[in-house]
Design a protein around this ligand. Structure first.
Ligand code: PMP
Length: 341
């Protein structure tokens, strides 16, 4: 049986979330002499520490309660916080399926946690038979599932994810950084059926706000409370919160940019198919394409010399290059550079 309290590190369970005198006062019309701020200027006050307005907008958009939403300084921060809540350094373990997003390993290393990596199969899907024996490891606290997966681009089979959610007694994190580009149903509300689930999403991709560093976690209110205990008091700057609120208020810009990116992706696939240099285009549910070429290291260099920067993923998937879908003229520049390579 899933039991949240037994999964949480003892020192974290005992913590109380940071609270300021202003949180207790609640109004906006006081004389604020409580936080050693400067009384002059426009960015002189500390921001609201619980991002109330942004969370309410997200709650309305997602048709969820704001108690089920956590806002992080990018989803990168959320990944780190999850390790810190659930994994005792030099004792507990996490698991993921490779090739995948590198931050699960980086955050594991920083927190002195062993990350078990199970290879995806030749269709880049999860091998659940290889995973099952690990369910008995009491020190395995977290499973990270990146879907759509970076760098392969595909979503994992819903039935495999469901199998993990049902059978793993620890926390399952589904990283949906690219889900806005996919037709597949998001898992962001599934914590209602699976209390061990945390879904992360981000404003960095489809919302065009990578510079603002806004990541979101959707989870049970008990897990959201734990994230609130561990985060830095002012993890989201007022400017960045405002940028995310404005993006949510201008949903038509988000929709039209997304449509252009998806149209450009379809065009790019057609054009890449005509080039001999491209051996394979892997199926993608994201805003990027993983392609196989004869010699990724050489091609990557040729493209850099023509000022087109892609991501050489040769070390993860042999002779592969990951290409982000850009603006129409950027994609044309890429095609031209590929033809010249
Ligand atoms: N998850 C995945 C799968 C990613 O590819 C990235 C960014 N490359 C992130 C998370 C990080 O997103 P954020 O900008 O929200 O930290």
């Amino acid at each position: 049986m899933f039991n949240l309290k037994t999964l949480v590190r003892q020192n974290i369970l005992a913590l109380q979330p940071y609270s300021s005198a202003r949180d207790e006062f609640k109004g906006n019309d006081g004389v604020f002499l409580d936080a050693n701020e400067n009384p002059f200027g426009t960015l002189n006050r500390y921001p609201n520490s619980d991002q109330k307005i942004l969370k309410q907008k997200l709650a309305d958009y997602k048709k969820l309660s704001s108690n089920n939403i956590f806002v992080g300084n990018g989803s990168d921060e959320i990944i780190d916080l999850i390790y810190r809540i659930f994994c005792n350094p030099n004792q507990d373990k996490a698991l993921t399926f490779t090739p995948t997003f590198g931050m699960y390993q980086v955050a594991a290393d920083i927190n002195a946690i062993e990350l078990i990596t199970l290879p995806l199969n030749d269709k880049f899907q999860i091998n659940t038979d290889a995973l099952t024996p690990y369910f008995n490891d009491d020190n395995l606290k977290l499973i990270f599932i990146c879907s759509p997966n970076n760098p392969t681009g595909n979503c994992f089979n819903a039935s495999d994810i469901e199998f993990i959610l049902k059978n793993f007694k620890g926390i399952v994190v589904i990283d949906e950084a690219y889900a806005d580009f996919s037709d597949r149903e998001s898992w962001s509300k599934s914590f209602e059926s699976y209390p061990n689930l945390i879904v992360t999403q981000t404003f960095s991709k489809a919302w065009a706000l990578a510079a603002a560093r806004i990541g979101i976690a959707y989870a049970s209110k008990e897990i959201v409370q734990l994230l609130n205990k561990v985060k830095m008091p002012y993890n989201i700057s007022q400017l960045n919160e405002k940028a995310a609120i404005e993006a949510l208020d201008n949903r038509s810009t988000f929709e039209s940019n997304k449509r252009i990116i998806l149209e450009e992706k379809a065009k790019l696939i057609q054009e890449l198919k005509t080039l001999d240099i491209i051996k394979k285009i892997y199926p993608s549910d994201a805003n990027f394409l993983l392609v196989e070429v004869d010699d990724a290291n050489q091609l990557y260099q040729n493209l850099v010399e023509q000022k087109v920067i892609t991501r050489n993923r040769n070390s993860l998937v042999k002779n592969s290059i990951r290409i982000t879908v850009g603006k129409p003229e950027e994609n044309q520049q890429l095609i031209k550079a590929l033809k010249n390579s």
